[in-house]
Design a protein around this ligand. Structure first.
Ligand code: AMP
Length: 585
């Protein structure tokens, strides 16, 4: 089937052609004709990577009147990343309509710019729920003329606590609109939304329900907790061309794993909600450009990561919500490519394998960690391939050749080869030379035999990890990519979030305060001052990180302005004036 046969306008077909899309993907073949010919609601069970943005985007762009300035189409999605990506896609789909204005609305960026963009008349708005609610309240977005609403990654939005916002947003749209809902999984809450807001929807399922993409190979490794990081390194070392995302469970673990990888000279960067928006943008830009090889991320921060070519997803630890595994693994094998999703499992977690297999409807195969010898061989051959492929710049080399030849005159050809390879390769040999087996073989069943396995592992682990650590310390490797500046922020007063529990990823604002532990005895003291002087309720304050001389406070964006006004200039003990500003760490 061709795009032309789907019934799209010439302007849209030309845009599709210039994007290089040759034939519609299965979800596009199913959805587009139905959305063009019927005024019906739609529920689509589909992952990212299936082409679902174009599946609802092309029909929407095809039907919107770009001569009018009214907002007719609305897409709601969970994260800023996804919001930007969808807007870019829509801008590309509508490039042949002269007056098309597609506006992304998301938290963590200037609301004034977004207001200005809206004032020009946006026919289609792509938004995250929190900021959109803000704009609706400020009467900067008028949804009364909306004909099409698409809810993208509905399950993620609900996971992230946007239920009320979605309800409120939908209540601002006309009854007559068409609602198109897309979700990778169908938990009860998504079904509720579908039932509440949709009438007799068309149902489209790409692949089986809750299944992940077919071209992902799922693998698991059995490992002792104390060997988890070494296991990760082995996997990475065995796949020199890996371009991957490593998922961790918490922000702290994400930061730690990334830090350890960087210390070991891997090209890795963390991505988590504690970083400022500017930092996250920088990391994502570098990752997209492939100047970073490995992204270490939390589930929340990685939502909406839409990067083609990711070869590996590594689940360093399992997600809290097992269903998130589908989202994690869906970051690879996009746009028809192949990918591998790997899990590192300890004895206790092995029992969850079956649950995941049920969700993805696919077997997860056990694989063994490569041995030190496997890794050395692979790296060596990769090095040789690189040497063979290297371009020799004869002209520039010529002047140095006599000196080089003179120095090497004493050595035979074989010796020269060995020495050059060793110069590059000794660090691998010395690190992996006598490495032990880190596969956890304590229990052959998937999760049974726990106690016996744990006891034995602990003893073996204690002995071996000491030896391995000292070897690891000596290891030296050349940098493999650009390195980021290290965060100097202390974690010491990071006692977890309090107060509002919203998506810190875009939906909260981080403030920098020039006061810290030296000024206030504890977090409670600081909170009291902020509430009193700022005139805001404590529930609007989120995570607070206090260092000796300064602090970072996450706050609900809607009160940030008021709080800043209230606390700036307030005199604290010792006569110093409090100063606060939006952080751009
Ligand atoms: P999505 O599932 O919408 O996130 O799309 C995944 C990727 O597939 C994006 O990079 C799209 O640009 C690309 N894509 C979508 N539809 C097609 C198509 N029909 N042919 C080729 N690539 C496509």
């Amino acid at each position: 089937m061709t795009f032309k046969e789907l019934g799209l306008k010439k302007e849209v077909l030309d845009a599709v052609a210039s994007l290089g899309f040759v034939e519609p993907s299965p979800i596009q073949q199913e959805a587009i004709p139905q959305l063009l010919s019927q005024e019906k609601d739609l529920v689509g069970l589909a992952q990212t990577g299936t082409g679902k943005t174009a599946a609802f985007g092309l029909p929407m762009v095809n039907q919107v009147d770009f001569e009018s300035k009214k907002t007719q189409g609305l897409i709601i999605c969970p994260t800023r990343e996804l919001c930007i990506q969808i807007s870019k896609d829509f801008q590309a789909f509508s490039r042949n309509f002269r007056n098309a204005n597609i506006v992304p609305i998301y938290g963590g960026a200037s609301i004034d710019t977004q207001i200005r963009q809206m004032n020009r008349g946006a026919q289609i708005v792509v938004a995250t729920p929190g900021r959109l609610m803000d704009m609706i309240k400020r009467k900067r977005v008028d949804l009364s003329q909306v004909n099409y609403v698409a809810l993208d990654e509905a399950d993620e939005m609900l996971n992230m606590g946007f239920k009320e916002d979605i309800d409120a947003i939908l209540s601002n749209t006309p009854e007559t609109k068409q609602t198109w809902l897309f979700s990778a999984t169908m938990p009860r809450e998504v079904v509720r939304i579908a039932k509440t807001y949709m009438t007799d929807p068309i149902e489209i399922t790409v692949g089986t329900k809750n299944a992940s993409a077919k071209n992902i190979e799922h693998q698991y490794f059995r490992v002792n907790d104390r060997d988890r990081f070494d296991g990760l390194k082995r996997i990475i070392d065995f796949e020199p061309d890996m371009y991957g995302v490593i998922f961790c469970r918490t922000r702290r673990e994400t930061a730690e794993v990334a830090e350890k990888l960087m210390k070991n000279n891997y090209s890795a960067e963390p991505l988590h909600g504690e970083l400022s928006q500017a930092q996250r943008d920088r990391v994502m830009r570098a990752f997209r450009k492939k100047s970073i090889q490995l992204l270490v991320a939390t589930d929340v921060a990685a939502r909406g990561i839409d990067v083609d070519d990711i070869t590996h997803v590594i689940n360093y630890n399992l997600p809290d919500e097992i269903e998130s595994y589908t989202h994690r693994s869906g970051r690879t094998a996009r746009a028809g490519k192949k990918g591998v999703s790997m899990l590192l499992l300890n004895n206790r977690e092995a029992g969850k394998l079956r649950q995941i297999e049920r969700i993805i409807n696919t077997e997860i195969k056990q694989v063994k960690f490569p041995t030190g010898e496997d890794i050395c061989k692979k790296q060596l051959l990769q090095l040789i391939d690189k040497v063979v492929a290297v371009e020799v710049k004869e002209d520039q080399m010529a002047q140095y050749l006599p000196a080089i030849e003179e120095k090497l005159a004493e050595l035979s050809k074989e010796e020269i080869v060995k020495k050059f390879v060793s110069a590059e390769f000794n660090r691998f040999l010395s690190y992996y030379g006598n490495s032990r087996d880190i596969n956890d073989t304590s229990s052959s069943s998937r999760g049974g035999d726990r106690d016996r396995g744990r006891g034995r592992d602990r003893r073996r682990g204690d002995r071996d990890s000491g030896r391995d650590r000292s070897r690891g310390d000596r290891r030296e490797r050349a940098p493999r990519g650009d390195r980021r500046e290290r965060s100097s922020r202390s974690d010491r007063s990071d006692r977890g979030g309090e107060g509002f529990n919203r998506n810190v990823d875009g939906e909260s604002t981080t403030l920098f305060l020039n006061v810290g532990m030296k000024d206030f005895s504890d977090k409670g003291h600081l909170i009291r001052v902020l509430c009193q002087e700022g005139g805001v309720a404590g529930k609007n304050l989120g995570r607070i990180r206090m260092m000796d001389n300064f602090s970072f406070v996450d706050v609900a964006p809607k009160i940030a302005g008021k709080l800043l006004k209230g606390i700036n200039g307030v005199e604290i003990e010792g006569g110093r004036k409090m100063r606060a500003e939006v952080s751009n760490q």
